[in-house]
Design a protein. Structure first.
Lengths: 148, 148
DNA sequence: TAACTTAGATGGTATTACGAATTAAATCAA
DNA sequence: TTGATTTAATTCGTAATACCATCTAAGTTA
């Protein structure tokens, strides 16, 4: 009793194996903590880091960016304010819509985004280093299937 | 160039495959977002939810709890204040150390923690439902090995 | 007993994120 | 074309998060 999430022999593949749930949660917390720490070393929040990653290959409007981040537009205004103050992103008036604002990375922003990504890769290395090459490929594939 | 994280034929298993890095990050954001949303529906933050999960099978001191959460002790004080105000946790004076405080879940806290966990399982279900049973077991095992 | 260390709480600050209200531009209707 | 409505973004006020520095009380050590 207590944990009602065990691998019950139910009506098919519906019940979530408790161990998978736990492993997914723990992995996620580990990865996110790692991303946060790396971002923090560059005086960035996790959200700012996400934003930089998103802007690497996009130039969205404020509303679109809010959509990507799952935030309200009002939240993104302040977020961009702070990052723009540091010269990492730039606001450009949209030519097609006089109300809209296009957000893009500056050169500094591009540099920082790339650098942080490399650092993250360095930190994730030891984590996935416990897996053999074949296991890494299998994990990549399984996660990919799940996300699809 | 630009992305310096490709699967370089390096000195062994050191380089991080970019795709694995991306899949891990995306999975983590997905899972964390799911946890956050579920917590938010119960007027809890992600940290509060983590705290509840931790307290399910522990009765740590404030300092120990801070260690589990990776937070400063001062941050945990306020965190516990807010959750205790809602009757989910309880502070008890430690008998072995007059300075220390033991934190434990109340019955309400236990109930809520269990309920939220069940809801999370329900939301993760569709995600991992794309995998066959065998794939789920393999994923569980791979994540477990990585976390070990 | 005096000096030090540790546990927790408190106060002040910056950030985050929200909702409500505001301004300006765009669209739709008459 | 004017007037009403919708939409994009910002601003304002609020609550929560988390930090650091500081404080108090309780332990430990010299």
């Amino acid at each position: 009793m207590g944990t009602d999430t065990g691998t019950t022999s139910g009506t098919g593949a519906e019940a979530v194996p408790a161990e998978l749930l736990d492993n997914l949660a723990m992995t996620s917390f580990t990865v996110i903590a790692l991303l946060s720490r790396t971002a923090a070393e560059h005086d960035m929040s996790l959200t700012q880091f996400r934003m930089l990653a998103i802007l690497r290959d996009r130039t969205p409007t404020m509303a679109e960016l809010a959509g990507f981040l799952g935030l309200e537009r009002s939240s993104v205004s302040g977020l961009i304010d702070r990052v723009a103050r540091r010269g990492l992103v730039r606001r450009t008036a949209s030519r097609s819509d006089g109300r809209a604002v296009q957000v893009s990375l500056t050169d500094d922003g591009h540099r920082l985004a790339g650098q942080v990504r490399a650092e993250v890769a360095g930190l994730i290395g030891p984590l996935i280093g416990t897996l053999t090459g074949a296991e890494q490929r299998r994990l990549t594939q399984l996660l990919g299937k799940m996300l699809a």
